[in-house]
Design a binder for this molecule. Structure first.
Ligand code: NAD
Length: 487
């Protein structure tokens, strides 16, 4: 590890952030955060128990009433100051993301820009929270509708976008006047700790943001979710965990936002610009080494262009340079851990045992860390498990189709519905696809749709609610109605 990496890591807090104080965790075993490129420990941090987690909720609850009364402009300015600080320190944030998560430094810089944009966007939204006023239809009263913060929120985030998944929740919560407790993923918690330190420097009052790290997610989250002081649960992660959390949240009738798994189809039609489709495929598949909820999981390609698409795609995939993401010329990092790598291999092997053919890649690689070769597999059979499960790795299965109707049927044949991508030069077809694809988001002739100004979210088992855009702040607001009789 270089001296600048060591000094960056030592500047990251290792304790829990509760009520504006950095405090030790009571858990007996500290958490060791690993570099997935080497398997070596980067930093050891505090491990919270259920009691520590409840202390974080107490701090959020105690700060809630005061924070809800602050001027929207004041909340906006704290978010804006944090945005400026993160921008000034963007290289530190990018290096930290790359170290703990493994993505190439250029992509980590992209995540800093994208993740930080949620702070700027919601700083702008804070003072635009509006309501409405009008007469009732009977003409006997004036109806006033206002919005107010829902109350203390609890955020549980995944490991794949350590900054963006945190700011997408913290930004709107703070803008709306909610206090928040955040539990980052135990695999990549360091970026959230650095963000909390930065927000403290930006002047965020004590108790508005609280962060606890733990290796017992269920045992620490359960008591918070069951506590009547909590009013909102916001989760990004896998569908099975989301379902469990929804069951728990139901007992406390919590407002919930659920950003869950994806199984994005990527359609390439016979009239597509194949080179543009390959560029889009590289973005949609390889962002985050294939470990994104928006990752293209199924390439559904017209039989007349499938061979050309597969060979050009494989050429780009095999040209990627694998290694430790922080090194300048690396274009593909490791997957997050051995469990993820074993699962990817299982899916590839099951597809090939059913008759699919490997165009490039196909297996684990490297003497240390958790690397998997960028892989393209053609002639995958509809119904194969690689098409129904999230691959979450650098593997692109191709299924061939004959008609548009068949392509749409294959694309919608999943319980997920986060995002869909389609490449076609026919505008009318593009419009038909937007209408018929079951997903919360679609990209036509692009492999990248995420933007802080857009409502991000899915349908079916991909979740509930939207993050970002004008919609994002509503997830943290309650509607209140008042009637004034006309005398
Ligand atoms: P995960 O569901 O395993 O974990 C997500 C978070 O939940 C982590 O912080 C984890 O510690 C915590 N957790 C796990 N079990 C828990 C429990 N029983 N109670 C409370 N908390 C618990 O997901 P992951 O592996 O971190 O992330 C990958 C998944 O996230 C993929 O399915 C991906 O599609 C999804 N994801 C979705 C979006 C989106 O916006 N829709 C964005 C990023 C990732």
């Amino acid at each position: 590890m270089s001296t600048s990496e060591t000094s960056l890591l030592s500047s990251v807090p290792s304790q829990l952030f509760i009520g504006g104080q950095w405090v030790d965790g009571s858990g007996s075993q500290a958490i060791e955060v690993e570099d997935p490129a080497t398997g070596k420990v980067l930093k050891t941090i505090a491990n919270a128990t259920a009691e520590d987690a409840l202390r974080a909720l107490t701090a959020a609850d105690e700060a809630q009433a005061r924070w809800a009364k602050t001027a929207p402009r004041e909340r906006a300015e704290i978010l804006r100051r944090t945005f400026e600080l993160v921008r000034e320190r963007s290289e530190e944030f990018a290096t930290l993301i790359s170290l703990e998560m493994g993505k190439p430094i250029a992509e980590a810089r992209g995540e800093v820009t994208y993740g930080n944009e949620f702070l700027r966007w919601f700083s702008e939204e804070a003072s635009r929270i509006s309501g409405r006023f009008g007469s009732n239809p009977e003409g006997t009263g004036n109806m006033l509708v206002t919005m107010r913060p829902v109350g203390p929120a609890f955020a549980i985030t995944p490991w794949n976008f350590p900054l963006a998944m945190a700011t997408r929740k913290i930004g709107p919560a703070i803008a709306a006047g909610c206090t928040i407790v955040v539990k980052p993923a135990e695999l990549t918690p360091l970026t959230t700790l650095l963000l909390a330190k930065t927000m403290q420097e930006a002047g965020l009052p004590d108790g508005v943001l609280n962060v606890f790290t733990t290796n017992s997610s269920a045992a620490t989250s359960g008591p918070i979710i069951a506590d009547s002081r909590l009013r909102k649960l916001t989760f990004t992660g896998s569908t099975p965990v989301g379902v469990k959390l929804l069951e728990q949240a139901a007992q406390n009738v919590l407002r919930t936002s659920m950003e869950l798994g994806g199984n994005a189809p990527f359609l390439v039609f016979e009239d597509a610009d194949i080179d543009a489709a390959v560029t889009g495929a590289m973005q949609a598949k390889m962002r985050n080494i294939g470990q994104a909820c928006t990752a293209a999981n199924r390439f559904i390609v017209h039989e007349s262009v499938a061979a050309e698409f597969a060979s050009k795609f494989a050429e780009k995939m095999s040209a990627l340079k694998l290694g430790r993401g922080v090194e300048a010329d690396i274009t593909c990092g490791p997957v997050i851990n051995e469990k993820a790598r074993t699962n990817i291999k299982r899916l590839v092997d099951s597809a090939t045992s059913e008759g699919a053919s490997i165009v490039t890649g196909g297996g684990a690689t490297g003497s240390e860390g958790y690397f998997f070769e960028p892989t393209v597999i053609d002639h995958v059979k509809p119904g194969s498990s690689i098409l129904s499960e999230e691959i979450f790795g650098p593997v692109a299965p191709i299924v061939r189709f004959k008609t548009e109707e068949e392509a749409v049927r294959l694309a919608n044949d999943t319980e997920y519905g986060l995002v869909s991508y389609a490449f076609t030069e026919d505008l009318k077809r593009g419009m038909r696809l937007v209408e018929s694809l079951d997903s919360g988001m679609s990209g036509i002739n692009t492999g990248l749709v995420s933007n802080a100004a857009a409502p991000f979210g899915g349908v079916k088992q991909s979740g509930l609610g939207r993050e970002g855009g004008a919609e994002g702040i509503n997830e943290y607001l309650e509607t209140r109605y008042v009637l004034f009789p006309k005398s």
